[in-house]
Design a protein around this ligand. Structure first.
Ligand code: SF4
Ligand code: SF4
Length: 447
């Protein structure tokens, strides 16, 4: 297959928020030293939580497994420092809840489990063994979706995958973790993609990167050539949410994922570049997910950086390493400003889905007053899913959840484009999340 760089058409809707990536785009990934204590939630993925297989007082090494998966759609978590399990108890989780967590007090030794070993024959393994290694390494989408990777790599026989897309778009403002990964670890990412292609055997493969990262396009293109991979490296025009799965598929293939459907319904599968690198580490090095790259940024941080952070490290420890928070900092988010989740304590830990810690100052925080809808329809033009956010907002506010279901609230990808353009500053994403939660609950209750 020819190796080309293309600029393709985009998708409907979307917005162009200020990128603010210059704060960290040139900052190479630094290794954050292991913290004295880590707090590891047993659930960092979509699906059933794992069951602890350690107890207070146990000694653990880096990479030791701490939980048994709670079912097929579940992955284990692992120790990210060596030391003693101090407690297994509910702790604050960055999703805004409390979650059962395993607290490890470090011994300063950073001793690794002897299960973490290189496998010279990694590129010869059968698909079943690959999936099992990925599962037991605790892989869940590192782009933030946190869906167990082995499940995504197991499409049912009636949904064959003919197109694989490696997602390096990183369209969320401020974040540069994937950009730095593509510049600094392109071979490992491409090897991870090779493993994915070995499992799926699609007819066509793409690497998709927004064209504000042409250095990453070049780095990935060179790595693809060096590794002898057959795929197309595509530069896509900058538009938010270009990195959302359905928008990426539409932009690259012209295919529309149907309402309520999944990418596999149109023969496609998408994985993030961070996930591909973690797949390589899991399969070729038997290394579980014990760390990840986090962009720590925003004008409320003294020294913005890209850091390799051990899972379970408290936000407070990460921010200290960046010089702390400036006076006037107004909001701390896990993730970027469009889809990120506001944090109310810095005691929360970095989890597998933490792509960024963004600290916004007063000027960066959206201070539009909540007013009434003026029926301007800007939200409808901006919605990349073709929804009517204003109608959904009014239905949810009136608790007319069946109506919200009819108008497609479950298709909302919570991208925040509608809220970004709304001149009234209405809490549209909050309404969509509430509507989705209520409709999902009713559907579950109805069996
Ligand atoms: S309704 Fe949902 S998908 Fe549409 S713009 Fe708003 S948040 Fe994005
Ligand atoms: S953008 Fe805001 S004010 Fe305009 S129609 Fe949508 S909800 Fe109403």
């Amino acid at each position: 297959m020819a190796l080309r760089i293309l600029t393709r058409r985009g998708f409907r809707g979307g917005v162009h928020p200020p990128e603010n990536k210059e704060l960290t785009a040139e900052k190479p990934i630094e290794i954050l030293p292991p913290p004295p204590v880590v707090v590891i939630p047993v659930q960092q993925h979509i699906g059933a939580p794992g069951q602890p297989i350690v107890q207070a007082g146990d000694r653990v090494r880096v990479g030791d497994r701490l939980t048994e998966p709670g079912g097929y759609v579940s992955v284990p978590v692992h120790a990210s420092i060596s030391g003693i399990v101090k407690a297994i108890e509910p702790r604050p989780h960055p999703l805004g809840t409390t979650a059962l967590s395993i607290v490890i007090e470090g011994d300063g030794q950073d001793e690794w489990s002897d299960t973490v070993v290189d496998d010279e024959a990694w590129d010869q393994l059968p698909a079943e063994e690959i999936r099992e290694r990925i599962r037991m390494a605790g892989l869940a989408g590192m782009g933030g979706a946190a869906f167990p990777t082995h499940v995504k790599l197991s499409p049912p026989p009636n949904k064959p995958i003919d197109t694989f897309i490696l997602n390096g778009a990183e369209c969320e403002p401020y974040l540069t973790a994937d950009h730095r990964l593509m510049l600094e670890y392109p071979e490992e990412i491409v090897r991870g993609m090779k493993i994915i292609l070995r499992v799926l055997r699609p007819a066509k493969a793409f690497i998709a990167i927004e064209d504000n990262k042409m250095d990453a396009v070049r780095a990935m293109r060179q790595a693809v050539q060096r590794e002898g991979l057959s795929c197309e490296v595509v530069a896509l025009p900058v538009k938010y949410p270009q990195g959302a799965e359905k928008q990426l598929i539409k932009a690259l293939t012209g295919r529309e994922v149907p309402r309520g459907g999944l990418p596999m319904d149109v023969g496609c599968l998408v994985h993030n570049v961070g996930t591909a690198r973690a797949i390589y580490q899991a399969v070729a090095k038997r290394r579980p997910v014990i760390d990840r790259v986090v962009t720590v940024t925003g004008r409320g941080v003294v020294e913005p950086k890209n850091l390799l952070v051990r899972i379970g490290t408290p936000f407070s420890f990460v921010l200290e390493h960046c010089g702390g928070i400036r006076d006037g900092a107004a909001r701390v988010l896990m993730g970027g400003p469009m889809m990120g989740i506001a944090q109310f304590t810095l005691d929360v830990p970095v989890v597998k889905g933490t792509s960024g810690i963004v600290v916004l100052n007063q000027e960066e925080v959206d201070r539009r007053q909540m007013a009434v809808c003026i029926r301007c329809a800007r939200c409808i033009d901006a919605c990349p899913m073709g929804l009517m956010p204003t109608t959904l907002y009014h239905l949810v506010k009136a608790k007319r959840f069946e109506g919200a279901q009819d108008y497609g609230v479950l298709d909302c990808i919570e991208c925040g484009s509608c809220a970004y353009v709304c001149p009234a500053g209405l809490p549209l994403v909050h309404a969509m999340k509430w509507g989705k939660m209520e409709v999902s609950r009713k559907l579950r209750a109805a069996g």
